[in-house]
Ligand binder design. Sequence first.
Ligand code: B12
Length: 451
Amino acid sequence: MKILLIDPPFQRLIGFYRFYFPLGLTYLAAVLKQAGHEVLIYDAEHDISCISPAMKDAASSHHLYLEGLDDDNHPVWQELQRVLEEFKPQAVGVSVLTPKLATAAKTIRLIKKHNSRIIVFAGGEHVTVRPQDIIKEGADYVVCGEGECGTVQLIEQLEGVGCPSKIIRSPLIENLDTLPLPALECLPNIQSYRPIDLGLMMDARGCPFGCNFCSLRTIWGRRVRYHSIDRTVREIALRQEHYGTKYISFRNGTFTFDRSRVVALCYRMLDERIDVEWECLTRADTTDAELLQLMQTAGCRTVRVGIESGSEKILQYMNKGVTLSQIRAAAKVLNQSGLFWAAYFMLGVPVETEETIRETLDLIAEINPPFVTLARFSPLPGTLMYQEVVDAGMLDEDTTDWTWAANQSLGKAFVRYMSQERFLDLMQGAAQFVKEHNSRQAEIRSDPRLK
Ligand code: B12
């Protein structure tokens, strides 16, 4: 069958350059190709004329998303039309993240208008939890969860007697090494991606922690499944060989969860003289000086750490499983390690108060990370906090348009103990504080006397 996979636009409508490439769709393309299908990926987010988010004021640009959504003359919608005309797919798979539900829905409407016989199926984070949201918008099928097995099964059924159900629950893959390598070659304009953007990798699936704001478990489950070290090293080498990638971004939930695997991977990269630099995501309670030292020797340059809050009370409320003293200890080790590290914080969980916001800003000043990312909390379907927000009447899940779920949108807040306006004011102040912190840090690092 001729199958088109689409990552609908969102950041592109705002004019933001979306880093990386749709890794999930390249996995789906790989298994579909293996099953004998002809596959093309249309990454509607990809536009090299867009600029880096750091250069624009994110919050004040959010309205452009809503305008682009309504503007049928926006180049992206014309481009979609051209891709459909030229490739003539029999089935189209659309990826749906929560803030992108509206553009996914528009994409589906345009596909059906173009040719109502094209079968449309959807998958991804949002529709795994709320498949009805996209069926309502015209999708014929939804593949929930880790998409590979369910998608191949759906297409097989469509070619045969048909699929008996609109909603397919895709099973988790026990041995990740049975997956073919992501098919980046199905991106027709692969040469227009920067090599650094083609370094996105996931060498494990699943997160064992129970943070109640995070939706990852809904796709990957809590048990961590790893690729073998052989496969990870081979994948890195091939990215380097085929696309000139010299920097790998491991985006597994917690790269350092299995310490002994990280040690083994680092030694293997050193033994095989794999000449790439890399970065990973981690937590304050799964790093130590010795491990960081080895990672650095094996090419690690950046560690991204989810800290979330400077309030002990809020850390407990989030079920983060990390204390402030662990955070302080990890920050000390990271600051001494010489590695660049980025600390991720969020504001606006339902129990946030003026005092807890102050505690977070104080903690940033105290632990002094080289770079800070601050997001506004968004309740994501499938999480306990989402349920709390719905139960408290702060969100009507059947009528909301979900565009607020982008963390640069300052249109909505979910705080119980202050007004929306007051919170959004404080959030803007905090964003300014972080901006100043980051420019101070950048100045320090570029001053050779301070190195
Ligand atoms: C790397 C990353 C990014 C990169 C961009 C990556 C990209 N090309 O889009 C950056 C840093 C730019 C980014 C930005 C954002 N991200 Co992001 N990101 C991630 C991260 C860390 C990895 C994504 C990834 O590559 N996964 C690997 C692949 C294999 O998995 P997958 O994409 O989920 O695909 C599988 C299934 O979902 C399913 N599937 C997916 N699509 C489809 C389609 C069909 C048809 C089918 C059948 C199945 C299917 O099958 C796939 C294979 O098993 C995840 C967290 C995580 N560890 O997963 C967050 C995550 C996906 N991001 C998230 C969000 C919210 C955003 C932003 C909206 C943030 C914002 N600005 O507000 C933006 C939107 C970016 C965009 N595309 O427009 C959320 C989504 C939650 C939700 N419910 O929607 C996540 C889950 C993080 C989180 N816990 O909150 N992100």
